[in-house]
Design a protein. Structure first.
Length: 373
């Protein structure tokens, strides 16, 4: 039988949860570089949108060095047209404008340059995501997911018609590039959906940008130590001064990590299971008459179901949070090489700080405005 919920010894799963956030996913690349450098091994890597792409490259890396493979992917995705000497906000604006007009040859292609432009407002999407699928294939070998030595991959998307989450789990599904790309069709930026098994799938961020609950549902028996990369700042002291800043702040709030409730409930369940076990042990040691013994045997089945099948708790959460120096609405569409490299370095630094901080649930993001990379 599974150990009681308050027993901190024994096996647990180490989980990495990666958010969606467009070009901000380069920050997750930097975080993973540091985690691999510290030889942290993951049992489960989960993600949605660009986080799902990153998770797939980590779990099914074609190279034996997943961190290098992931960084190569991001440097391939980066565009080199926008001058690096521009200030950060100007660079972000120019790169985002270029992406919106010309797309990204390694990620998404505009379809509105075609004659359909005259029918612009009747198009269900503006960009084809096939280039990203082809790029992903260059850096992944999905056959490796069958190897138990590799991390278990969990990717989430949203079913357009049912409005419910669609979860692809390498332990239960034969995942390929199509399944991963299905998690990245963000409709607010006009990215196309993906059709799999007669289901039309959009970006998983529409339901949850931090798929921790989905991980717990997929693996409910073993306790968890969780690393979460938060791409969107939870707190911003500055009040928006115009509509663009309001949209930016609202976007951050919508997509930031909201798993505190999940973690709190895990702790509550842990205490409840510990109490139930004490009551169970007292009853088990008592001299029960035949009738009570029969009733207890029926309760025993329910007790084992609760304690064993749904008894996993979250032991620790390590959060690595990106800090914004400049607030810009379309920063997640800035694929300029200077920004991609800066995001990778920021992720490396913040992960180092998070690992150095022994406090559980630490939220780290320490680079200052005048820091240059």
């Amino acid at each position: 039988m599974k150990k009681p919920a308050n027993d901190t010894s024994g096996d647990f799963e180490t989980v990495l949860v990666l958010q969606g956030g467009g070009s901000l996913g380069a920050y997750e690349c930097g975080v993973y570089k540091t985690l691999q450098k510290h030889r942290i091994k993951f049992d489960i890597v989960a993600g949605t949108s660009i986080g799902g792409i990153n998770a797939a490259i980590i779990a099914a890396s074609k190279d034996d060095d997943p961190a290098k493979n992931l960084e190569d992917f991001w440097l391939t995705l980066a565009e080199r047209t926008t001058p690096s000497f521009f200030p950060e906000e100007t660079r972000a604006l120019l790169s985002a404008m270029q992406s919106s007009i010309y797309g990204n040859p390694k990620a998404f292609a505009p379809i509105w340059f075609a004659p359909t432009f005259l029918n612009f407002f009747n198009l269900p999407y503006l960009y084809d995501i096939t280039p990203l699928k082809n790029t992903l294939k260059e850096y992944t070998d999905f056959g490796k997911l069958k190897d138990p030595k590799n991390p278990r991959l969990i990717v989430t998307s949203t079913d357009i018609q049912s409005g419910k989450s669609c979860i692809f789990d390498s332990r239960r599904n034969d995942i390929d590039a199509e399944h991963v790309i299905a998690s990245a069709g963000y409709p607010f930026y006009g990215i196309s959906w993906t059709k799999i098994d007669n289901r039309y799938l959009w970006d998983g961020t529409l339901l949850s940008n931090t798929p921790l609950t989905e991980v717990i549902d997929a693996s409910p028996r073993q306790d968890k130590k969780v690393y979460i990369v938060n791409l969107f700042p939870q707190r911003q002291d500055e009040i928006p001064e115009n509509m663009v800043e309001s949209w930016h702040r609202a976007r951050d709030i919508m997509h930031t990590d909201k798993t505190d409730h999940t973690v709190r409930m895990s702790r509550v369940i842990s205490r409840q299971l510990a109490l139930i076990k004490e009551m169970h042990d007292i009853i088990e040691s008592a001299n029960l008459n035949k009738g009570d013994a029969e009733k207890f045997s029926l309760l025993e089945l329910e007790y084992h179901r609760l304690a064993c099948e749904r008894g996993a708790i979250i032991r620790q959460v390590i959060r690595i949070a990106r800090k914004e120096d400049v607030h810009f609405l379309f920063e997640d569409a800035d694929f300029s090489i200077a920004t991609i490299k800066q995001l990778i370095r920021n992720g490396e630094m913040d992960a180092e700080n998070a690992l150095a901080d022994k406090t559980p649930n630490a939220k780290i993001g320490l680079h200052k405005k005048d820091t240059k990379y």
